[in-house]
Design a protein around this ligand. Structure first.
Ligand SMILES: N[C@@H](CCC(=O)N[C@@H](CS)C(=O)NCC(=O)O)C(=O)O
Length: 226
């Protein structure tokens, strides 16, 4: 069985956004997997992967780190139920992956960072604070004060996706695939770690998120959340 290493916060919350991409991809492919929770500050436990971040998977003898490389591995090794839809789809999906990572992840982080900090494993609190204050160039307390501004910036960044999801039910068209899981991971991260609602109830993205939460017998819905 495939094994997935991912972060665990308080109350069993699985909050690694990149690991959510892998979780959804595994369910999409219908592959059974078990998970190994890790702390962000404990790099020893994932040293075998040659890196310092999760997700990591072990699939038989093969170890893969980095959510994008894992998606490619799964697509190449288990071609049924495609995640990308051919070479062009793979290329476009990688472009989307980069755009989400460079635009939306930071925009969401600015909104929810102080909520995440309250819910990480106590062993990670100091590590998390130091890392995030370095990235955001402000304290977690300042980030909390400025979150209304951050929420407005996030809303602007999401605008093109709202327009696209008025035209089709999924980022990938009529059915969900990996680009949907890339986008969904950002909202699932917020859902698991922050009590704030980041989407208006009438928005196309909100209905889309509900559809993603329903997939695979409510796989992503039925988890510990904030
Ligand atoms: N590009 C990587 C990013 C992975 C990543 O940043 N993972 C976070 C958790 S969501 C992590 O392990 N951070 C720990 C650290 O950077 O020390 C991927 O897609 O897998």
């Amino acid at each position: 069985m495939i094994k997935l290493w991912e972060l665990q916060g308080k109350g069993g919350r699985r909050y690694s956004l990149f690991s959510w991409r892998t979780r959804m991809a595994l369910r999409h492919k219908g592959l059974a997997f078990e998970t190994q929770p890790v702390c962000m500050s404990d790099k020893e436990i994932i040293a075998f992967s040659g890196g310092k971040t999760v997700p990591v998977i072990r699939d038989g003898e093969i170890v893969v780190r980095d959510s994008w490389k894992i998606a490619e591995h799964l697509e190449d090794r288990y071609p049924d139920k495609p995640l990308f839809g051919g070479a062009i789809g793979r290329g476009v999906t990688q472009t989307f992956n980069t755009w989400v990572d460079r635009t939306l992840v930071g925009a969401m982080l600015a909104v929810i960072v102080s909520d995440i900090h309250e819910r990480v494993d106590p062993a990670d609190e100091q590590f998390f604070r130091q890392m995030m204050e370095g990235i955001l160039k402000r304290s977690l307390e300042e980030a909390r004060e400025k979150r209304e501004d951050a929420l407005r910036r996030l809303g602007s960044a999401l605008e093109p996706l709202q327009a696209a999801l008025k035209r089709q039910p999924y980022a990938c068209g009529q059915n969900p695939a990996y680009a949907d899981y890339i986008l969904f991971s950002v909202f699932q991260w917020a859902r698991v770690m922050s009590p704030q609602e980041v989407l208006g109830p009438e928005s196309p993205l909100c209905s889309w998120r509900e559809r993603l939460l329903d997939l695979y017998d409510g796989f992503a819905r039925n988890v510990p959340i904030a």
